[in-house]
Design a protein around this ligand. Structure first.
Ligand SMILES: Nc1ncnc2c1ncn2[C@@H]1O[C@H](COP(=O)(O)OP(=O)(O)OP(=O)(O)O)[C@@H](O)[C@H]1O
Length: 300
C-alpha cells in the first residue's frame, strides 16, 4: 500500500513549549488513520503543519510522495474547525457559498449531500439542523472538491450520542468510497471503533503506531496458584515461550501472555512439567488500561 502522507522528524516549538518532538508517521492509502492522544499532545499542531496553516520548527512531510503544492492541496479535504455556516440559509445554499469561496463547481453539491445523508433536508435552514447534521454538512463542505484524503480534527467533539453515531458511520461510509481519512481524537473508544491504523502521541512524541488490531491486541493476564510452591511456579512460568511477563502478586503468580495465547496453554504447560495447578483465572486487559500503558511507556 502506498503512503498518502509521510512525516519525518517533525518538530514544533511555541516559545518554551515543545509541542512536537521528532514526530515520524506514515499514513497508508485507504486507511482511516487515528492520531490519538490526550489534550495538548500535539495532534492539532501536527494537522496544522501538514495542512500548511502552521510552520514547523524542523522536519519534513510529503503528501502523495510530493511536497505540498497547489495541486496536492486540491487532493486534500480538511475540517479543522467548524465552518461558519449561515443559520438562515439552507444546507444547500450554504454549500453553494462554500463552493464559490473554494472556486469549486456547484455540480458536486448533490453528490456530497447524498454522501452525508442530507439530500432529503437540503432545503431546510441550517439553524434547524441537529448537531450531528451540522457536523455532517461541515464534512460535506470538506468533500466538495472530491478529495482523495479527508482530514478531521476531533470530528465528534460536542455532539450528543446520536450525532456521534451518525458522524462515525459517515466516516466509515466515506472510507468505503475509497478515500483515506486522517482524524485526530482524544477518545480511545472512537479510534478503536472507527480507525484501521493509529498513532499514539504524548507530549508531542510518538509512542506507538501501526494497525489498530495489532496495537490493541489483547494480552490476557492469567493468575495461577497451587500445585507447587509459588517460587517454583514462577520459575516454570519464566521458561514458557508464550509468557511475556511473570511476577508474584498477592500469593499468586501473575502472567502476561503473548497475544492470541489461550489460558489453557498455561495449564497444559504446567501439567507437562508435573504440576497440576490449583487455580487458573484469566482476566482480559481493558483497552483503557492498554492505552494508559502506551502513553506511560518511556520508549516506543
Ligand atoms: N499558539 C500556541 N501558542 C503556545 N502554545 C501552543 C499554541 N498552540 C498549541 N500550543 C501548545 O502546544 C501543545 C500541543 O497543542 P495541540 O493543540 O497541538 O495539542 P492537541 O493534542 O491537539 O490537544 P487539544 O485536543 O487540546 O487541542 C500544548 O502544550 C499546547 O498548549
Amino acid at each position: 500500500m502506498a503512503d498518502i502522507l509521510n512525516i519525518q522528524g517533525l518538530s514544533k516549538r511555541y516559545g518554551s513549549v515543545q509541542a512536537l518532538d521528532q514526530l515520524s508517521i506514515s499514513v497508508p492509502q485507504g486507511s482511516i488513520y487515528g492520531l490519538l492522544g490526550p489534550n495538548g499532545s500535539g495532534k492539532t499542531t501536527t494537522l496544522g503543519i501538514v495542512l500548511d496553516v502552521l510552520n514547523a520548527t524542523g522536519g519534513s512531510f510529503q503528501w502523495f510522495g510530493q511536497p505540498l503544492s497547489k495541486s496536492t492541496k486540491r487532493r486534500i479535504g480538511a475540517l479543522l474547525e467548524t465552518p461558519n455556516f449561515y443559520p438562515y440559509l439552507t444546507g444547500e445554499e450554504n454549500l453553494r457559498i462554500t463552493a464559490d469561496v473554494k472556486r469549486i463547481d456547484h455540480s458536486r453539491i448533490p453528490a456530497v449531500l447524498e454522501t452525508v445523508g442530507l439530500a432529503g433536508r437540503k432545503h431546510s435552514k441550517f439553524k434547524g439542523y441537529s448537531l450531528g447534521m451540522k457536523q455532517r454538512l461541515a464534512i460535506a463542505a470538506a468533500l466538495l472538491g472530491d478529495p482523495e484524503v479527508l482530514v478531521l480534527d476531533e470530528p465528534t467533539n460536542g455532539l450528543d450520542p446520536e450525532g456521534i453515531a451518525e458522524v462515525r458511520q459517515l466516516i466509515l461510509d466515506i472510507s468505503a468510497q475509497g478515500k483515506t481519512i486522517i482524524l485526530a481524537s482524544h477518545l480511545l473508544d472512537e479510534v478503536e471503533k472507527v480507525c484501521t491504523h493509529m498513532a499514539v502521541l504524548r507530549s508531542g512524541k510518538l509512542k506507538v503506531q501501526g494497525p489498530v488490531s495489532s496495537i490493541m491486541a489483547t494480552n490476557d493476564l492469567v493468575f495461577i496458584n497451587g500445585g507447587a510452591p509459588l517460587e517454583q511456579l514462577l520459575q516454570v512460568a519464566r521458561t514458557l515461550p508464550f509468557v511475556s511477563d511473570a511476577r508474584a502478586v498477592h500469593q499468586q503468580i501473575q502472567l502476561t501472555l503473548h497475544p492470541n495465547t489461550d489460558g489453557s496453554a498455561v495449564n497444559r504447560a504446567f501439567f507437562a512439567q508435573g504440576i497440576a495447578l490449583g487455580q487458573l483465572v484469566v482476566r482480559k486487559k481493558s483497552l483503557e488500561s492498554q492505552f494508559m500503558e502506551i502513553i506511560k511507556a518511556d520508549q516506543v
